[in-house]
Design a protein around this ligand. Structure first.
Ligand code: BG6
Length: 301
């Protein structure tokens, strides 16, 4: 299917009315609507849909580097902010609608000359987006195809829509340590996360998170999971779960103004909650093994 500006996309449509659009550019989920028509994700009115940059909103994918600087575990000195997955053209591996109406698309991205110039490793990414009546699940499987062990970073950089960010809370992070990227210091969360100014924090773990807005009954639940998958050839594989990091971000007034594709008032109606694999203790993936990072988003009206 062709989406905005003739860009290729896959439209998942569940018979309950749930809908999800996924652009091949960046494998970016740009829309998730639940059966009652509510749009769960935020997309900037200034988002660029022509393949020239990452889509500002929905769920851009960060891989293999978080932020502007590579860390020593990556073994490279620099790469563009948030890596290349969100600006690469992905391929459709499969798309299906099951008998019960549930639908799914699997997209892939493999290393190429262009990616190896930035990140000298062979890898295979599989991104599965599954939609049913009650939830949207997105799962990124990163397989190391290289002899050398690698420790890529990754994020499901999810932009959630909210009516008023100043009235919005994220619960599920009480007591969790975080690194404040703005203050360059570490602290621990007390109670829910609220937003009274620019917010940019990397929480060291998260599993079940809930977004709520004061005065509203509806909530959005996010179940976050990460798994290390070790392959033993013919004797099978083992799966070891571990807690992902979670980035919480809102740019507030001046950062929003400084971004050309971010509508000036848009920061009031969005917040990013981004499951990721970022920290220094993240798994080093041996040849043939994988890490799966996933989120299941459930909007409860
Ligand atoms: C967040 C980072 O994940 O992404 C922020 O924590 C960053 O520091 C934000 O500003 C947006 O990044 P970008 O590259 O999409 O403007």
């Amino acid at each position: 299917r062709l989406g905005k500006n003739g860009q290729e996309m896959v439209a998942l449509r569940h018979r309950s009315g749930a809908a999800c659009d996924v652009y091949l550019h960046g494998a970016t989920v740009s829309r998730y609507a639940v059966p009652n028509g509510h749009e769960v994700l935020w997309v900037s009115s200034g988002a660029v849909f022509n393949g020239s940059k990452a889509i500002r909103g929905g769920v851009p994918l960060v891989f293999p580097q978080f932020g502007p600087k590579a860390d020593e575990l990556l073994g490279i000195t620099s790469m563009s902010q948030h890596g290349f997955a969100r600006t690469s053209k992905w391929s459709v591996r499969s798309a299906e609608v099951r008998l019960n109406g549930d639908c799914q698309v699997v997209l892939t991205l493999e290393d190429s000359e262009a990616t190896r110039e930035k990140f000298p490793h062979k890898f295979s990414l599989l991104y599965t987006v599954s939609l049913n009546e009650t939830c949207l699940r997105t799962a990124l499987k990163m397989t190391n195809m290289d002899k050398a062990t690698v420790a890529p970073q990754a994020l499901l950089h999810t932009y959630f829509a909210t009516d008023e960010v100043a009235q919005t809370r994220v619960s599920g992070l009480d007591g969790v340590s975080y690194y404040d990227q703005l203050a360059d210091e570490t602290d621990a969360q007390h109670g829910d996360v609220s937003f009274c100014g620019e917010t940019d924090r990397v929480y060291e773990r998260g599993d079940k998170l809930v977004i709520s807005c004061e005065g509203q009954r509806a909530v959005t639940e996010i179940a976050v999971e990460a798994t290390y998958v070790e392959e033993f050839g013919e004797s099978g594989s083992s799966a070891t779960p571990f807690a992902p990091d979670v980035v919480v971000w809102n740019p507030h007034v001046s950062k929003a103004k400084a971004m050309s594709d971010f509508d000036d008032d848009g920061w009031k109606r969005m917040l990013c909650v981004e499951p990721g694999i970022l920290n220094k203790n993240r798994p080093k993936i041996a040849e043939g093994n994988s890490v799966i990072l996933s989120q299941t988003i459930t909007y409860i009206p």
